[in-house]
Design a protein around this ligand. Structure first.
Ligand SMILES: [Zn+2]
Length: 307
């Protein structure tokens, strides 16, 4: 089951207070606002039929004038009963509480007076026309509408609820979306999906830790590369000295150090310090002396080459 579907299933388990039912249904059907549609709803969620029917009965004492969708193919289509036009009118009279005002389609303010009802309205919107990606793959939550007037109306509601989604227009559809994990977590919490919010924040924390761990590994690798490069350079220096002067020409201390490095190019400074029975700075000092000796041999070669 997709992450979006799971999220919606959880949202539908939330018990709606009597005052919130109308706001939820209005949000759910808001994609009808200002448009005539052939069917009441296209959805993957079979439980929506029962839910709409319940609220319809509560308000009118009658059954929802729609046909129970057949569940053998998705999306489920909840169609109006014959006569269609009459049924559509009856359902939208009850649940379609919105009006056009100054280029916006706005939900009836009476529906959104209370905070709980505003949450229910936005939850209905998300169940009706929302989508969320699996946060393991991508942080993305969106609400899609067919007209700019609907989109403006929803933007006004969302901004009242302190959300400011971005807008994109794709193939004549208007999409309000969030791309940041924090905003998506806040949105899920607002519409009542605390489980989803926690799941998302756990994934975010895990991803952050993993990124930090990767950065650290990269850093360790870089250190290791540097150590190997330095040791390789030392081996090269010692070979040059051996070739040109012979290691016997060195003091015992330097000879011992040179032989140890020559035979163990991957040995760390700490290991060499243990082997030689002197401190790390002592080892460092001796290796530095060998390097300087090699450098002086190279410089001499260069002078002679130029002369
Ligand atoms: Zn309410």
């Amino acid at each position: 089951m997709s992450f979006a579907r799971q999220t919606k299933e959880r949202l539908l388990e939330i018990d709606l207070k009597d005052c919130c039912g109308a706001a939820f249904c209005c949000g759910l059907l808001f994609s009808h606002a200002g448009r005539t549609k052939k069917s009441l709803l296209r959805t993957e969620l079979p439980q929506l039929f029962g839910l709409l029917d319940r609220f319809y009965r509560q308000q009118t004492g009658e059954a929802l004038p729609c046909l129970m969708p057949s569940e053998d193919k998705l999306p489920l289509i909840i169609a109006f009963k014959e006569p269609e036009e009459e049924s559509r009118q009856a359902v939208l009279d009850l649940f379609g509480k919105w009006e056009s005002k100054g280029g916006k389609v706005v939900p009836d303010p009476a529906l959104l007076k209370k905070e709980c009802c505003r949450r229910a309205f936005v939850r209905g919107l998300f169940v009706g026309c929302g989508m969320i990606c699996d946060p393991e793959k991508e942080y993305h939550l969106e609400l899609t509408f067919a007209t700019p007037a609907q989109t403006e109306g929803v933007l006004a509601v969302l901004s009242r609820c302190k959300f400011s989604p971005k807008l994109t227009i794709r193939r004549g559809r208007y999409t309000l979306y969030f791309k940041e994990s924090g905003q998506i977590e806040d949105f899920l919490a607002f519409i009542g999906d605390n489980n989803g919010m926690f799941e998302l924040s756990n994934i975010r924390i895990y991803k952050d830790l993993r990124n930090a761990a990767n950065r650290k590994t990269n850093c360790d690798m870089a250190n290791l590369d540097r150590t190997v490069a330095v040791a390789a350079r030392q081996v090269e220096d010692i070979r040059l000295i051996a070739e040109r002067m012979g290691l016997d020409s060195l003091s015992d201390e330097l000879k011992q150090t040179a032989l140890l490095r020559l035979e163990n190019s991957e040995m760390s400074l700490a290991q060499m310090s243990r082997e030689l029975g002197i401190g790390r700075s002592g080892v460092n000092h001796r290796l530095k002396k060998l390097s300087e000796l090699a450098e002086s041999l190279r410089a001499k070669d260069k002078r002679e080459g130029e002369a």
